[in-house]
Design a binder for this molecule. Structure first.
Ligand code: NAP
Ligand code: ZN
Length: 350
């Protein structure tokens, strides 16, 4: 057992405090990572504040982790001491079920072990509740550790481990590319990376944001169109326009209005995870043979593929680095959509 400094909350309405946590010993297939940076995802906020229910405390969020390998177990073959690596939303899965065998560990039928707020044996994480990357060190089984391409900074790479793969995977699955009209709904942490990746894939990208305040950024990220959803005219003008719409919004939207913007056979994919159920009229799906689908992060191999794709296309998230004592303030600013476009904690400030 070793100890690490971490930032966590002890209740849904608590402030972040510096605490000391324990990490397990490095087992034969484990990698010990010195964490350098960790992104702040809106899911961290949903969990720390128990907005989805089921949060366990103390809660140490953080699943956009980058750092350097400090030690490896005796049987590790994939990583070496000194390697630049990343860890995303998952730290383990059964490895045997059909989704795991297909490289879709996020859909493990037994439930993947999430990087934080996951129930585990105390031999995996002392205390029985996984603790995430708002900490100086983490021990992870080698198969759930990915390689950060040399040309990427560890700071800007961090948000790719969740935001990047969450957009890359559905863009690939639903065939975004030349000739495809893709809409990204909400241009926050997830959405802005989605614009860049979809444009790099060759799709024609349109942003649907509440206002036009971020229009110049959206165009610079690669969008050809940018519309305000606060303007009713948007929903008239864009009717029947899109092959694929990715909804990254953290709040409930009137989905029937958005579904009308799909072409025949088009798909609207839910990525954002508001706490309340969604409501949809069946007529919005039957007319136009529309699909309403969802997608969760992506598998480990696909996460590596996404990192290599971003390196090749020289794209990455726009980040604002903060020190660990500014997490509460950053949460307030994310909720107020006052972030351009992802906060990343400099873990050396812990
Ligand atoms: P974020 O940075 O806060 O971005 C969310 C965006 O949604 C905002 O920038 C804003 O875009 C829009 N928005 C926020 N409140 C809204 C409201 N009341 N009405 C309309 N639009 C609103 O959050 P994020 O980190 O990108 O995460 C977004 C959501 O995805 C969260 O619910 C998170 O838990 C979820 N998530 C899901 C997965 C997955 O695997 N499916 C992975 C990671 C995160 P505009 O300002 O452009 O309107
Ligand atoms: Zn996330």
């Amino acid at each position: 057992m070793s100890t690490a400094a971490a930032y966590g909350v002890s209740s849904p309405d608590g402030s972040f405090e510096k605490i000391t946590i324990e990490r397990r010993d490095v087992a034969p297939h484990d990698v010990l990572i010195d964490i350098a940076y960790v992104g702040i995802c809106h899911s961290d906020i949903h969990t720390a504040r128990n907005e989805w229910g089921g949060s366990r405390y103390p809660c140490v969020p953080g699943h956009e982790i980058t750092g350097v390998v400090a030690a490896v177990g005796t049987a590790v073959t994939k990583h070496r001491v000194g390697d630049r690596v990343g860890v995303g939303c998952m730290v383990d899965s059964c490895g045997e079920c059909p989704p795991c065998r297909a490289g879709e560990e996020q859909h493990c039928t037994k439930g993947a072990t999430m990087t934080y707020n996951g129930a585990v044996d105390s031999s995996v994480q002392p205390g029985g509740n996984t603790l995430g990357g708002y900490s100086t060190h983490v021990v992870v089984t080698e198969n759930f550790v990915v390689r950060i391409p040399d040309e990427m900074g560890l700071d800007a790479a961090a948000p790719l481990l969740c935001a990047g793969i969450t957009l890359y995977s559905p863009l690939r699955f639903w065939g975004a590319g030349p000739g495809k009209q893709v809409a990204i709904i909400g241009m926050g942490g997830l959405g802005h990376v989605g614009v860049k990746i979809a444009a790099a894939m060759g799709a024609d990208v349109t942003v649907l944001s509440r206002s036009l305040s971020k229009q110049d950024d959206g165009k610079a990220f690669g969008a050809s169109g940018y519309y305000a959803t606060s303007d009713r005219e948007t929903f008239r003008e864009l009717r029947g326009r899109f092959d694929l719409m990715l909804n990254t919004v953290s709040a409930n939207l009137p989905l029937d209005y958005y579904l009308r913007l799909l072409k025949m056979n088009g798909s609207l994919v839910i990525l954002g995870l508001p706490e309340k159920p969604l409501t949809v009229s069946p007529f919005s799906l039957t007319g136009g043979r529309h699909s309403l689908a969802g997608s969760a992060i992506g598998g480990i191999a696909e996460t590596q593929e996404m990192l290599d794709f971003c390196a090749e296309h020289k794209i990455g998230p726009e980040i604002e680095l903060i020190s660990a004592d500014a997490i509460d303030d950053a949460y307030g600013r994310v909720v107020a959509s006052d972030v351009r476009y992802r906060f990343v904690i400099d873990v050396s400030t812990m």
